[in-house]
Design a protein around this ligand. Structure first.
Ligand code: ADP
Length: 692
């Protein structure tokens, strides 16, 4: 790439770096920085940006899915709510539809309606004057205790106390006195009824006459507890005769049956079950002799009317409130009261009020709501609630107005914990993806930074390497030139001196050629073009010869070289020149880093996997942490004793490469200060078999 022109930022950086690094170092560092900058840009474009984009897309898709889920859940919830409302409306529309014709024709069959519509509790009709006409009349006004005439009350009390003391004749007289003491018909009738009942014990005939007269009274009033006196008289009369045998019994039963029929036909005052109690007592006695169909009719009607009585007594106030409501004829109006939902309809002058029991209605509605919700979405459930219900996990809310304005359909998840779990899972997925993206980006950046630093380191080492090699080359060349010139100018003293000059020239030339060999080898290794001619080789001569070329140098360094190679070693398979270079490099290192006054040994022995060759010295050794790294190219231990020696840092790289290319392993055993032993193994000529 053509060098870029310097811009002002570059110039500024150069000035800044120049202060500490010097002008040359500054230029080099600037180039490194530009390199790093370029790398960071490409790294961001190629790694960080796509990663960020992918993460955003992933998060977005989770978000979209979450939103879509929530939306569809809410949609379904809304559907459930409106379906429920629709069902409610339909229920009442069906009710109206069935009711309309009979309402218009004024032929509402209350009993049939009550049978057909389970939640319907009561049906009442009011005439134009607001008087209740079916199935009950308006409640009766019962006489209030403290308005009772004094004389009547005294006579009645006397009668009661005499009767309890079994003084029947005197009691009869007392009740007679009471009956004449006032004009109030109900009080007179009540006194006469007591008198008649007592007379039955004393003078049956006279008693029966009194009771009969009371029973026949068509305008008979109600006594203070609300019983019709004529009914009570007839009941007493009938029961008395029915307890006998023969004709009187038959007569008694007939009287009771008439009483039952009478009460059955009559409209009762609403909220007062006394007529029913009298009818029930009479019905009990005549039941066995009654026609079964008739008996069933009376019994069912009695039971229904009694329950209606009970219910209507609880809704009196509501009936009162709705009785005068304006309702257009032929249409229906809904009135929601606390106890019941009223459907009002008008036919001519009659106002009909159909009361649906609130509890029963909401219960029935509640059941159908749950079914509807289940049908639409099994994960959702619905319930009825009043408006002030808490709306924590409610997905949809639908008012049941106008029919039931106080009620709402609430739709919520069937299993809120599952929903929460679902949400938690999605949140976790989001967090996880984000975290992963950060980790990936962080790791990427870290690795990239390491890569860049390594590259820079290597670039720096390469630059140093060129300088070192040229320096290394210069020193033997200078020596050779000096010694050569001395010989040329005949500056030597004697033969011995001359010989020393020749020897030095040869030694330096050898050193030079070793250096050149190493550099060339390294270059071809780096290029990947190094080849080996592997042949069967006798190791002993090779090792002895190599040792001999280094012997003088070793001696000069003060560490004689000892060769310890046994005879009869098997031949090995190797490239002769390459292995020679390995041994030369190892011995040369042993001389360089070995101790003066020590010994260098070159050994070879038979090992399980071939022949093991080792070069040992007793020099400074190699620190543990550097023992792996010394085989990397350009690596040199960072101690001053090493830095003092000349070296390029490629010798052991070449050694490792060659040994590994022979299928062996280079290793070092060393403790700092105790020397180092480098060893490697070469395969035997005939392999001894796999897995030996
Ligand atoms: P150099 O040219 O520096 O000798 P090498 O690759 O041959 O390069 O060796 C790498 C480093 O290994 C040396 O710089 C030195 O620190 C260490 N080293 C190699 N041989 C020995 C040894 N015999 N004793 C101690 N250190 C050694």
């Amino acid at each position: 790439m053509a060098p870029r022109k310097l811009n002002s930022l570059d110039r500024f950086l150069l000035r800044l770096l120049g202060r500490t690094r010097g002008p040359g170092g500054a230029v080099r560092d600037l180039h490194y920085m530009q390199e790093i900058f370029r790398f960071s840009i490409s790294f961001t474009l190629l790694v960080i940006a796509p990663l960020g984009l992918l993460t955003t897309l992933a998060l977005e898709s989770i978000e979209t899915e979450t939103v879509a889920n929530e939306v569809s859940r809410n949609e379904r919830a809304k559907r459930i709510a409106s379906r429920v409302q629709l069902e409610l409306v339909e229920t009442f529309e069906r009710f109206e539809l069935r009711l309309s014709p009979s309402l218009v024709a004024n032929t509402v069959d209350i009993n049939r309606l009550l049978d057909e519509v389970p939640a319907l509790r009561g049906a009442y009709a009011f005439d134009a004057d607001g008087v209740m006409v079916a199935p009950f009349t308006n409640p009766v006004e019962l006489p209030v205790e403290d308005t009772l005439p004094m004389a009547w009350r005294k006579a009645m009390d006397r009668g009661l106390s005499l009767a309890t003391r079994d003084n029947i004749p005197a009691a009869i007289d007392a009740y007679g006195d009471a009956s004449t003491s006032t004009d109030v018909p109900s009080l007179v009738a009540e006194a006469l009824l007591m008198r008649g009942q007592l007379l039955l014990q004393q003078n049956e005939r006279a008693g029966l006459v009194v009771l009969d007269r009371l029973a026949q009274d068509r305008t008979s009033p109600r006594e203070r507890r609300g019983f019709v006196v004529a009914d009570l008289a007839a009941l007493t009369y009938g029961l008395h005769l029915a307890s006998k045998t023969g004709t009187p019994r038959v007569e008694g039963l007939a009287i009771l049956e008439r009483l039952v029929k009478d009460i059955h036909k009559r409209t009762w005052p609403s909220g007062l079950p006394n007529d029913g109690f009298v009818q029930r007592r009479a019905l009990e006695v005549i039941s066995p002799s009654l026609d079964p169909a008739l008996r069933r009719l009376y019994e069912t009607d009695l039971r229904r009317r009694l329950s209606l009585q009970f219910w209507s007594s609880t809704v009196f106030d509501e009936l009162d409130r709705i009785r005068n409501r304006p309702v257009t004829a032929g249409s229906f109006t809904y009135v929601d009261e606390p106890k019941s939902l009223w459907v009002l309809g008008r036919a001519a002058d009659t106002l009909w009020a159909f009361g649906f029991d609130h509890d029963a209605l909401t219960k029935q509605l509640g059941r159908s709501i749950v079914e509807t919700a289940n049908e639409i979405d099994p994960d959702l459930t619905a319930a009825l609630a009043s408006s002030d219900a808490p709306f924590a996990d409610v997905l949809a809310r639908q008012s049941l107005a106008p029919i039931l304005p106080e009620l709402f359909v609430l739709v919520r998840p069937a299993d809120p914990t599952a929903l929460a779990q679902d949400r938690r899972r999605q949140r976790f997925a989001r967090q996880f993806i984000t975290l992963m993206a950060f980790i990936a980006a962080g790791l990427g950046a870290l690795l990239a930074a390491r890569l860049v630093l390594r590259e820079l380191d290597e670039a720096r080492q390469k630059a140093d390497f060129a300088a070192i090699v040229s320096h290394e080359l210069r020193s033997p060349i200078t020596q050779i030139r000096l010694k050569g010139e001395a010989l040329q100018l005949d500056l030597t003293v004697d033969d011995q001196d001359r010989q020393a000059h020749y020897d030095a020239i040869v030694a330096q030339a050898e050193r030079l050629s070793r250096l050149v060999d190493n550099v060339l080898d390294f270059a071809s290794i780096e290029r990947g073009s190094k080849t080996y001619a592997i042949k069967s080789v006798a190791l002993k001569p090779l090792l002895t010869l190599t040792a001999r070329t280094m012997a003088d140098e070793a001696k000069a360094a003060g560490a004689p070289l000892r060769v310890n190679v046994p005879d009869g070693l098997p031949r090995v398979m190797c490239d002769r020149d390459a292995i020679t270079q390995v041994v030369l490099n190892l011995i040369s290192n042993a001389i360089k880093y070995g101790a003066s006054g020590g010994v260098i040994t070159l050994e070879a022995e038979l090992a399980p996997k071939g022949v093991r060759v080792a070069v040992a010295d007793n020099g400074q050794g190699i620190p543990k942490e550097s023992q792996d790294r010394i085989f990397e190219h350009y690596y040199r231990v960072a101690s001053t004793s090493v830095r003092k020696k000349r070296g390029t840092g490629i010798g052991l790289t070449i050694v490792r490469y060659i040994v590994e290319a022979h299928g062996g392993n280079i290793g070092v055993i060393s403790s700092p200060g105790e020397g180092a032993t480098f060893h490697f193994t070469l395969p035997l000529e005939t392999p001894r078999g796999q897995g030996a």
